[in-house]
Write a protein that binds this ligand. Sequence first.
Ligand SMILES: [Zn+2]
Length: 186
Amino acid sequence: MYLMKDITRDGNPVLRKRAAKVSFPLSDEDQKLAKEMMKYLEVSQDPELCEKYKLRAGVGLAAPQVGVSKQMAAVLVPAPDENDEPLFKDVIINPVIVSESVQYGALTEGEGCLSVDKDVPGYVPRHDRITLRYQDVNGETHKVRLKHYPAIVCQHEIDHLHGVLFYDHISKDDPFTAPDDTVMIS
Ligand SMILES: [Zn+2]
């Protein structure tokens, strides 16, 4: 199981590389990678286990964050009520945003990242709604429409596959300014 020591941190060149496409059927190694990344998110979202293993809770983890430059990311966005099904849960492979809203969305609290230890305050403007195409671990293609928080999380993870970190999007001059019709998500 991945622990914080396994997570690559800002400054590691793997986080700034464009990740390679993944081919199917997945190798044993890639299957293990997918499983372990999702496992990290599940364990990190369990308050007791999170504390026990000294993890930082996460809703997304991309392969470059565990040192593997491949287009794969685990996403687990829990529902507001923990008894409900997660808002989004899958390992997204070779993901592509096929369309996006003109309207922006941003988290009121800004974003954080398991690979960035320091707090970087400011709004990260992203598309409020996206249509995402990706392959799952079985190579099956999915096309899903996402809005608000799950859309933001997926954009954050896809950025990792392109060598981009969230703070790259924060305005240096005016970190807490967003376009007028930006959907603020708390
Ligand atoms: Zn991140």
